[in-house]
Design a protein around this ligand. Structure first.
Ligand code: T1G
Length: 699
């Protein structure tokens, strides 16, 4: 087992190398080894110290997997480790390459000098996992770069590169050379030759504004930080820690920072965001993926060049894939290409991309009406009409055209993948690539496996997801897959709540207060209520609706009126001036449906709205876990994070279920079932886990 810190002395220079693959996390063994090295250096005749990271980076910071686990007695904390390095009596140079995040950057600012390879990423992204820097970042960084820049890095988690770091005074030297190691050693020797001594950051005030200026800045910026935080606590607590840096007493500031760090570390927000951090990485793992990495996709076809097809073509081209878009006739093709071009021109006009970038993407997208032009494609994504016959026809044609081994994917959001795959002779190469609208914006990609889809096909799509900047989650083949199937349960509760007494703004406000950016009724108006109407009709046709169970009549009635949302100027809200506004005619329609159903309308609290919508999600999620359509609870939470805007700091519906505990989840579902019917009939998994005395969905 390689040492956690490789330590050697060459030419009077002590060279330390953090060595804890894959990202040199500053776990207990690394901290212990750094302390021991510092002791050894104090007793040795060295002129300077250079601190490197082994492999691809300096370090990703503290070891997140250690959080919540009590370290063995005597294990040094990171603040103690950094203090030991800072207190060395010879110049200490931190040599940064790849990235230095969190505790790693704190270690670097604990060093006396910093040299970075050009392009190195630097940041204190702790707020992105619900905490604040806990090893001096909020105290040392402002002393180096001033409070204004420090707030952006600490409270917003903004990452910067080495060049920006140099401009701010964080990085003393940026090395453009290929032999970074030699450059770093030479830099240390240059310091020695110049007679430069230790330069503890804790004693520096180079850039720190006066206490009154710094406090004024922190007060002024609090509102915008709170707005950006959208309900998260950590960014605001980061400001409290930064404020402690203005007191002029470093030790007191460190104590304040540490107290806030520990308070947040074990809190729900941090545990929820850590859960998502791990879940997002776990979701990438495909058990039956081949050991060799999947073949890279160079050429892709997109069949159906409507809004979704255009978005998919863009994300592929943006990743350097040569794209051929196919449409059934020249007019549709021209319309698609023109709309795509207009979208890009708008971005150029708004300064969101350069004309060169636009041209580069357009150069990678060509159009045709001849499906046969896809013969050499490595991948084809079908994004045509959401109709089974249309899709099976397309796949039958593609099967005859595409080269062996080409992946045939469909962007269907609900249709049966096995039926589509059965239209080909290569069902192992058929999968769902379910993008979310708008495809060039939404980060989620549901990778749908049919009963014959191979591990190799799923792995190739997962690799593609990473390449096009998406978060891929593998799901099974069920109506609506994971995301939409759960979403239907949530929206149906929203509709029932309307029939019983709520109005659209009541439902949406309750869910926005919970942390969703928008309520599902406002979202429905954006995507078009007729889309969900078609889905309900298809569900009924597919026999996926229990005829005896309550049905959301109100959702059909509003569509029968032709009120489909923004595109018709009215949906659950009216859009006279482009903004959603409560609409008296809609309220009247809802009340009429209540009367039609013989329901006496009642006042409904926001808590009841949230409880029913969230437990509908939890229950359906557990059903999908129980049937293997979802592989891990974390997968479901990642789907909801990136596909439906579930608030980050709440972790996700399945994380919430585990927080509540299976016994209480079961009891709540039974109470809701008694009052509101089979939508809340507890999922077998929940009943079984509760009966087994388990508190979580899985061990
Ligand atoms: N601790 C433990 N494991 C980590 C880790 C970390 N900090 N960062 C990454 N990993 C694992 C990850 O789970 C995965 O494992 C593998 O490394 C590759 O990661 C006191 C307390 C660095 C940009 O927030 O943002 O310091 O899945 O797949 O896409 O103030 O990982 O292979 O088993 O993500 O190239 C602050 C978090 C910590 C950075 C690399 N640091 N990491 O991205 O690879 S808190 C962070 C990242 C802190 C102090 C506080 C990214 C990355 P596995 P990956 P990648």
């Amino acid at each position: 087992m390689r040492d956690s810190v490789i330590f050697k002395i060459e030419n009077d220079i002590a060279v330390l190398r953090l060595c804890n693959p894959p990202v040199n996390a500053l776990g207990a063994s690394v901290r212990k080894a750094l302390i021991e090295a510092a002791k050894a250096i104090s007793g040795a005749d060295v002129k300077a110290v250079v601190l490197f990271g082994y492999g691809r980076c300096f370090s990703a910071g503290a070891d997140i997997s250690e959080f919540g686990i009590e370290p063995p007695a005597g294990t040094p904390t990171l603040p103690e480790t950094i203090a030991a390095i800072e207190d060395l009596k010879v110049p200490v140079v931190a040599a940064l390459h790849g990235f230095a995040f969190g505790g790693a950057l704190e270690l670097a600012v604990g060093a006396h000098y910093r040299i970075a390879a050009a392009g190195t990423k630097l940041g204190l992204p702790e707020v992105d996992i619900g905490i604040i820097p806990g090893a001096g970042g909020t105290q040392r960084l402002p002393r180096l770069i001033g409070m204004k820049a420090a707030v952006d890095m600490v409270a917003n988690g903004t990452r910067i590169d080495a060049a920006r770091g140099h401009d701010l005074g964080l990085i003393d030297e940026v090395s453009e050379t290929d032999s970074f190691e030699a450059a770093a050693i030479a830099y240390a020797m240059h310091l020695v030759a110049e007679g430069a001594g230790p330069r503890p950051t804790s004693k520096r005030e180079d850039r720190l504004e006066s206490a009154s200026e710094a406090m004024a800045l922190l007060d002024e910026i609090r509102t915008s930080i709170a707005k950006k935080a959208k309900g998260r606590v950590a960014p605001l607590r980061a400001l409290d820690a930064l404020a402690a840096a203005t007191g002029g007493d470093f030790a007191a500031g460190m104590a304040t920072e540490r107290a806030i760090f520990l308070e947040l570390r074990d809190g729900t927000e941090a545990r929820a965001m850590r859960h998502l951090f791990k879940a997002e990485r776990a979701a990438q793992k495909i058990d039956d993926a081949p050991t060799e990495p999947p073949a890279e996709i160079h050429k892709a076809g997109v069949v159906g060049f409507g809004t979704m097809g255009q978005g998919i073509a863009l994300v592929l081209a943006r990743a350097g894939v040569q794209v051929t878009a196919v449409e059934i006739d020249p007019a549709r093709l021209e319309a698609g290409l023109a709309s795509l071009k207009k979208g890009l021109q708008d971005r150029v006009d708004r300064g969101r991309m350069s004309p060169q970038q636009m041209q580069a993407e357009l150069d990678l997208i060509n159009g045709t009406t001849a499906m046969s032009d896809l013969a050499e494609a490595d991948l084809v994504i079908e994004a045509a009409l959401e109709n089974m016959d249309v899709k099976t026809d397309i796949f039958r044609s593609l099967d005859g055209i595409c080269k062996p081994g080409a992946i045939l994917a469909t962007n269907t959001s609900s249709l049966d993948l096995d039926t589509i795959a059965a239209a080909t002779t290569r069902p192992d190469n058929v999968a769902g690539a379910h993008f979310f609208a708008p495809a060039q914006v939404m980060k989620l990609l549901e990778i749908v496996r049919g009963s014959a889809t191979s591990g190799a096909t799923a792995a190739a799509l997962m690799a593609l997801a990473k390449r096009i900047g998406k978060v891929g989650v593998v799901v099974g083949n069920a109506f609506g897959f994971v995301g939409n199937r759960m979403y239907h349960r949530y929206t149906w509760q929203a509709y029932f709540l309307l029939q019983e007494g709520a109005l659209p703004s009541d439902v949406d406000a309750a869910m926005q207060d919970f942390g969703f950016p928008l309520g599902c009724l406002a979202v429905g108006d954006i995507s078009g209520l007729d889309v969900a109407w078609q889905v309900r009709k298809a569900q009924r046709a597919a026999g996926d609706v229990d005829p005896d169970a309550p049905y959301p009549v109100v959702a059909d009635r509003i569509c029968e009126k032709g009120w489909f949302g923004r595109k018709t100027g009215r949906g659950w809200y009216s859009y006279a001036d482009g903004k959603p506004a409560a609409d008296a005619e809609v309220a009247a329609l809802i009340e009429a449906v209540s009367a039609e159903l013989g329901i006496e309308r009642r006042a409904i609290s926001a808590d009841e709205i949230r409880e029913r919508c969230l437990f509908a999600l939890i229950n359906e999620g557990a059903r999908l876990l129980g049937t293997g359509i979802a592989v891990r609870p974390g997968d479901i939470d990642v789907v909801w994070r990136y596909g439906y805007g579930f608030p980050l700091w709440r972790g996700g519906p399945m994380f919430m279920a585990d927080e509540i505990g299976m016994q209480d989840v079961l009891a709540t579902l039974q109470r809701l079932e008694a009052a509101y019917g089979p939508a809340f009939t507890p999922a077998p998994l929940i009943a079984a886990r509760a009966a087994a005395g388990k508190t979580t969905l899985v061990d």
